[in-house]
Ligand binder design. Structure first.
Ligand code: BGC
Length: 760
């Protein structure tokens, strides 16, 4: 029997040393390829196809035991080299056992890859990605990804299916919680930060894991926000909105791409030659692995473009989907397809090379067990530093939406009532896609307040209303309480005896995420009714929202004096919120998705086209608008208040006309006119006034998050060069066109403060 370890003896000792030395970067293509090819040369067709087969397997597969039916087939495949990677198997002990099984029993002993959805933490839960993105703090987001990677890697994992970098413009879609919102530039910057956090600069290090750019592509544009729905987008939207974050991910050397479930312009993404070949491989020269989404190869049949799984397998592999996640299409049909001459074996070889290369990059051929370390798992998973980091980023992710008469931060209040189904909830803040979060382990808002409030303050609680009356887990449909008002009276009583009411309302954890699209994005169940009842009795209300998507909050905005968007903030949610309400933390986050006045405005996003009827003149009828609702969103992209007040000065441009190879320095003074130190996200937008294809009204091109102490001013500078002025035409080519541009600098996307300049 030839095991891979003996194959490696054929290489020079120095070469092997350089690859296994953790101080040496291993992923240069040239270094690795000879080793990859030497392994490939030993493999028969079935073993090659095995590398492209991925199953979700549990720990029951680590021993022979009594496996029946499908499990027994999978076990046989596992020990005969017909499985190349496994998802959802966790823990240092389990992964070591399964790795041992495969190394010992299979003919070549090629190590498995262990993958898992580590979306916003492994055990320590950080804010859901949409919340984190509101921090606009790239450094912190890189740190949380790094911490999540360290926990996952210590538990034997090699590969996360994150970050999700789908641009999302429709809050009805449940998966908006998994990404960084509506702007392609910000999404791309955050993608790079998260990828660098997960992968570090050495994939073979035992604290880093491979990342995945998903879902390629267009999944965030599901028609009417319904999950898995068709995506119909024009080429302009594809190239300017959807693809830029993926291009950035490819440039950041993300280890893998994942297909999307949807069809895009009538071709399933998993069988999409244009996306996977023309763009990903040819244009971007991407050299990593492409993994399907869960059975998305099988779903090519459901999409109606293949009559059976065999044809789906053929379409998917020819398009460039390399690993079949849970679809069994490849393991069942690829060998036959090769024998029949329907596909060349070289197509399979190319795919296998990418899988093997990833295994080399991770260092698995040098030590297949390096990630499965029980001692490290104990030390790293859920450690104190990670919880502290979760608190730090939670504080930066809270968006202050409204603060009438400076009700916040709270001052000298004697009797506070905390009302609402989420006030004592230790589960909702953990959010959906929570990996190995410990059930009910988040600090609740009530606990946070108890800890933070002065002893002289009386804190009382009433649940008010139940939010859900059914299962609250990933796999089952949540049932929302629509009838039981039995808690209303107690809550009203409490509100009438209090100086201030903190209402904790929103969505339970499993109301956003995969399969959780909503047609009504208002506060679910009876919560709004309760809020209105309490408001009649005591309008001195701070509304704290915990949710995984933008909500429709028109009534709330009109009637409630202070509104705090606290999302699903993770492990230390309650501490972060309480410290914010009490002024120990000054909010600095800004929305990364627009909040609509009304669900009928969706999809709504700031960087839309001008249109032929852009007029805003009063009394106009024939222009782009709804007659019954304002044209703007309730809260725009980039919006968020602070306890400080920032005053923006005039924009200064170093010159107002440039040639292609020149640049302009745009500067602006921002003064903190308050007596509270704060942070501001200074945003720069560009509008191309005339272009060959209809331009966007404005696009975010740069931002800086700056500290500005009380009473002080800072000057912020941006460089405007040709990279900020070009756009993709519908043919996918980058176009830089001479003409007039506007540059806006301000606090959110509704900024009007601008200067004009010319590209000569
Ligand atoms: C999701 C992916 C995820 C995969 C594996 C699918 O349902 O769409 O994002 O990575 O499951 O869990």
């Amino acid at each position: 029997m030839t095991k891979i370890s003996s194959v490696l003896i054929g290489f020079s000792i120095a070469f092997i040393f350089s690859c296994s030395n953790p101080n040496v970067k291993v992923s240069s293509q040239n270094e690795i390829n000879p080793r990859v090819d030497s392994v490939l040369a030993l493999m028969n067709l079935e073993e090659k196809i095995g590398q492209l087969n991925q199953y979700s397997l549990g720990s029951e597969f680590t021993g022979p035991g009594n496996k029946k039916g499908k499990d027994s087939i999978r076990y046989q495949q596992l020990i005969s080299g017909q499985v190349g990677s496994v998802l959802n198997l966790l823990g240092a002990e389990n992964t070591r056992k399964m790795q041992e099984l495969v190394i010992e029993k299979t003919r070549l002993g090629i190590p498995l890859l262990f993958a898992y959805d580590v979306i916003h933490g492994y055990q320590t839960m950080f804010p859901v990605p949409l919340a984190e993105s509101s921090s606009w703090n790239l450094e912190l987001m890189q740190k949380t990804a790094k911490a999540a990677a360290a926990e996952a890697a210590a538990s034997g994992l090699h590969w996360t299916f994150a970050p999700m970098i789908d641009v999302t413009v429709d809050a009805r879609w449940g998966r908006v919680m998994e990404g960084a919102g509506e702007d392609p530039y910000l999404q791309a910057e955050i993608a790079k930060a998260r990828i660098n956090g997960f992968q570090g600069d050495d994939l073979s290090h035992n604290k880093t894991i491979a990342a995945t750019a998903k879902h390629f592509a267009g999944y965030g544009y599901a028609e009417s926000g319904k999950d898995y729905n068709s995506v119909n987008v024009n080429q302009y939207i594809l190239h300017n909105h959807i693809l830029p974050p993926f291009k950035a991910a490819a440039e950041a050397n993300v280890a893998s791409f994942m297909n999307a479930f949807n069809d895009i312009n009538s071709i399933p993404a998993t069988a999409n030659q244009y996306l996977l070949q023309d763009i990903l491989r040819e244009k971007w020269n991407y050299g990593g692995v492409v993994v399907s989404d869960w059975n998305s190869i099988g779903e090519i049949v459901n999409h109606g473009v293949s009559s059976d799984l065999k044809d789906a397998a053929k379409k998917a592999i020819l398009a460039g989907s390399e690993i079949d996640m849970e679809g069994t299409a490849y393991v069942q049909h690829l060998a036959q397809l090769v024998k029949e001459g329907e596909i060349e074996e070289s197509v399979i070889d190319d795919a296998v090379r990418n899988v093997l290369k990833l295994k080399f990059d991770l260092g698995l051929f040098d030590d297949p067990y390096k990630y499965s370390d029980i001692q490290r798992e104990k030390e790293i998973v859920g450690n104190l530093q990670h919880h502290e980091l979760a608190e730090e980023i939670a504080k930066e992710s809270i968006v202050l939406l409204k603060n009438e008469n400076d009700l916040l931060p709270l001052k000298n209040i004697k009797n506070i009532a905390v009302i609402g189904p989420l006030a004592k909830d230790k589960d909702a803040p953990l959010g959906n896609w929570r990996a190995q979060a410990v059930a009910n382990s988040a600090v609740s808002l009530y606990e946070g307040l108890e800890k933070t409030l002065a002893e002289s303050t009386n804190l009382k609680y009433a649940e008010g209303v139940k939010l859900s009356i059914g299962p609250n887990n990933f796999f089952e449909e949540l049932i929302i309480n629509k009838e039981d008002r039995s808690g209303f009276e107690e809550a009203k009583q409490l509100a009438s005896n209090s100086d201030l009411v903190i209402m904790a309302l929103g969505e339970p954890a499993y109301m956003s995420g995969e399969g959780r699209s909503r047609a009504d994005i208002g506060l679910p169940g009876l919560q709004k009714e309760l809020l209105k009842e309490i408001h009649k009795i005591n309008p001195n209300i701070v509304l704290v929202l915990m949710n995984g998507r933008p909500l429709e909050l028109s009534w709330e905005d009109e009637n409630i004096p202070a509104i705090v968007e606290a999302w699903h903030l993770g492990q230390r949610a309650g501490t972060a919120i309480a410290e914010t309400l009490l002024g120990e933390n000054n909010p600095s986050a800004k929305l990364t998705m627009s909040f609509p006045h009304h669900v009928g405005q969706l999809p709504i996003y700031y960087n839309h086209k001008v249109t032929g009827r852009p007029s805003t003149a009063p009394g106009q009828v024939f222009y782009t608008h709804h007659t019954d609702v304002d044209r703007s969103p309730l809260y725009p992209f980039g919006y968020g208040l602070s306890y400080s007040n920032f005053e923006y000065g005039e924009i200064e441009l170093s010159q107002n006309s440039i040639a292609e190879d020149e640049s302009i320095t745009a500067s602006i003074k921002i003064k903190n006119t308050s007596d509270i130190d704060g942070q501001e996200v200074v945003q720069l937008y560009i509008q191309d006034l005339v272009a060959e294809e209809t331009p966007m009204i404005k696009s975010l091109k740069a931002f800086q998050k700056v500290n500005i102490n009380a009473g002080e001013s800072v000057e912020v500078e941006f460089i405007i060069n040709k990279d900020l002025l070009s756009y993709y035409k519908s043919n996918g080519e980058l176009s830089l066109e001479k003409g007039d541009f506007k540059v806006f600098i301000g606090e959110d996307s509704s900024v009007e403060n601008h200067k004009e300049f010319k590209l000569r």
